[in-house]
Write a protein that binds this ligand. Structure first.
Ligand code: C2O
Ligand code: CU
Length: 542
């Protein structure tokens, strides 16, 4: 592999959208930020400079970072924030990923403005498992907030209430012509007739899953989360925050202008930003363009069946060239309830907003950030930073999707807990969405340090006797993020061969803020080659 060097300068700049201008933190002056171009097997050093007003960290979403949690990035999990005036060089090791990933800030709500694509081509001299596309384009879906994100977050923290949602969705940074003052700069993709394009689609959206579709064009999904999948021919995709999809588009329709549309899948209460974001696919050549581009038909805004059916179509290639490695014998079983519920402040002295407040939890524990990072605490045996007692299952077993539930499951306790896992353990995690907090939504669950196999998924309560025999152990998709139905379950499996401290959380920013997070600590093996690398010489101070 090759070695690449990048500098990311993060600085406040002015951007105008939705008829108003605001100053916001971006990398290298652009929104979305710079693209990392690599081949599988390469190593990238990114020197991240903070020329802004507050601390932040950068995460390389979906990059496994073998034995190198030091450069993973989530704040207070693997490092402390890079302070204004400071810098930190992260070493990003591309070992097995191939396709599209992305990088984003992993502190506060900064990822709304600080993110960009990572393009991982096949190793030098190798080609795609599909015909070479005529051209490749990155499509980043995002969220736009008119107000300053740090102010919004401060407001939410002081009231203990929910954080205000975005005013718009965006395609490559632009809301598109369904929003005020946004028609002129909307993203336009110019194409030639009769070619195949590879679209690398990334969801950097903060709080909603989106349907995405191009009018009159079927598309073929060939990869997700930097692993190839068996081609799925479809008129739309469903993409949750954190996910990436590689999609082939063949330009075989009458030359014209066609809308590309991202529309929210409303699994919970309707978001205020529910207007569709638009961009235009425009054919080159001489023709009279319609006054309005052709509009696609998308699934209904709360069509959960379409979401489930689309997700279930994803299957690994599972060929000799692209083998899979799904554990069949499990030695570490974890059952996690994923809930939006309430924190009850047990006494007057507890930190944070007093009294009941909305909260989000895993196994009824609302994660609280420690004051120094867990990785440093674990590596250097610093006590009182976290507890290693994240439970294997929820405190009580109940009908997770019933409308009325016992009081002890309505309320979560606060804690900074991690789960220890033996090196090379065969891990199975069953996630159970609950209806505890009525207005809950689908949860894009994401794990750092690994890709995992999604072996099963369904609505309702998980039932091992009924559901386990139907697991797909032949060609399950190998991914890093999936949408857990709010009242359904999903099972993932992976081999814990990557020692380190790895964050696991819901990729809806509001749920992560409310504590829908935990940490897996995968222990070292018995040799230096199967153990965590030593820390880099310089880490941002806490
Ligand atoms: Cu996109 Cu914790 O990550
Ligand atoms: Cu969630």
């Amino acid at each position: 592999g090759h070695i690449h060097y990048y500098d990311f300068i993060l600085k406040e700049s002015n951007f105008t959208r939705l008829c108003s201008t605001k100053s916001m933190l971006v990398a290298n002056g652009s929104f979305p930020g710079p693209v990392l171009h690599v081949h599988k097997g390469d190593v990238v050093f990114v020197n991240v400079h903070n020329h802004g007003n507050y601390g932040f960290t950068i995460h390389w979403h979906g990059v496994r970072q073998p034995r190198n949690p030091w450069s993973d990035g989530p704040e207070y999990i693997t490092q402390c924030p890079i302070k204004p005036g400071g810098n930190f060089t992260q070493e990003i090791i591309f070992s097995e990923e191939e396709g599209t990933l992305w990088w984003h800030a992993h502190s506060d709500w900064t990822r709304a403005t600080v993110h960009g694509a990572i393009i991982i081509k096949p190793p030098h001299g190798k080609s795609y498992p599909f015909p070479k596309p005529h051209a490749e384009k990155v499509i980043i879906l995002g969220s736009w907030f008119k107000e300053d994100l740090m102010e919004l977050l401060a407001e939410a923290n002081s009231t203990g209430g929910p954080v205000q949602e975005a005013e718009a969705f965006t395609i490559n940074g632009q809301p598109g012509d369904s929003y005020n003052c946004s028609a002129e700069n909307m993203y336009r993709l110019s194409v030639d007739y009769g070619k195949t394009y590879l679209l690398r689609i990334i969801s950097a959206v903060m709080n909603e899953a989106l349907f995405f579709s191009i009018a009159n064009h079927n598309i073929t999904v060939v990869g997700s989360d930097a692993a190839y999948i068996k081609p799925i021919n479809t008129s739309f995709i469903l993409i949750t925050p954190g996910q990436t999809m590689d999609v082939l588009l063949t330009t075989n329709q009458t030359p014209s202008h066609y809308y590309m549309v991202g529309s929210p899948y409303v699994s919970g209460p309707a978001p205020p930003d529910a207007t569709n974001t638009t961009a235009i696919l425009e054919y080159s050549g001489n023709y009279t363009a319609p006054s309005k581009p052709v509009t696609p038909t998308l699934p209904g805004e709360s069509d959960g069946d379409s979401v489930m059916n689309f997700t279930k179509r994803m299957k690994s290639l599972a060929t000799q060239d692209y083998p899979i490695n799904v554990p069949t014998k499990i030695d570490t079983e974890i059952f996690i309830t994923v809930s939006v519920n309430q924190i009850v402040c047990p006494n007057a002295s507890c930190s944070g907003p007093q009294g009941n407040r909305p909260s989000a939890s895993l196994n009824n524990i609302t994660f609280e950030n420690p004051s120094i990072d867990i990785l440093r605490a674990y590596y250097s045996n610093i006590s009182n930073v976290f507890e290693g007692d994240f439970p294997n299952k929820p405190p009580s077993i109940f009908n997770f999707t019933a409308d009325t539930v016992a009081d002890d499951t309505k309320y979560a306790s606060q804690g900074t807990t991690a789960k220890f896992i033996k090196h090379n353990a065969s891990v199975e995690i069953v996630f159970q969405g609950t209806n505890v907090g009525g207005g809950a939504e689908n949860h894009p669950m994401h794990l750092h340090g690994f890709s995992f196999y999604l072996v099963g998924m369904g609505f309702g309560n998980f039932n091992k006797t009924r559901d386990a025999p139907n697991y797909n152990l032949v060609d399950p998709p190998e991914i890093n993020t999936f949408g857990l139905p709010k009242n359904g379950w999903a099972t993932i499996r992976f081999i814990a061969d990557n020692p380190g401290v790895w964050f696991m959380h819901c990729h809806l920013e509001k749920h992560a803020t409310w504590g829908m997070n935990t940490v897996l600590i995968v222990k070292n093996g018995t040799t230096p080659e199967t153990s965590m690398r030593p820390p880099p010489k310089y880490l941002p101070p806490c």
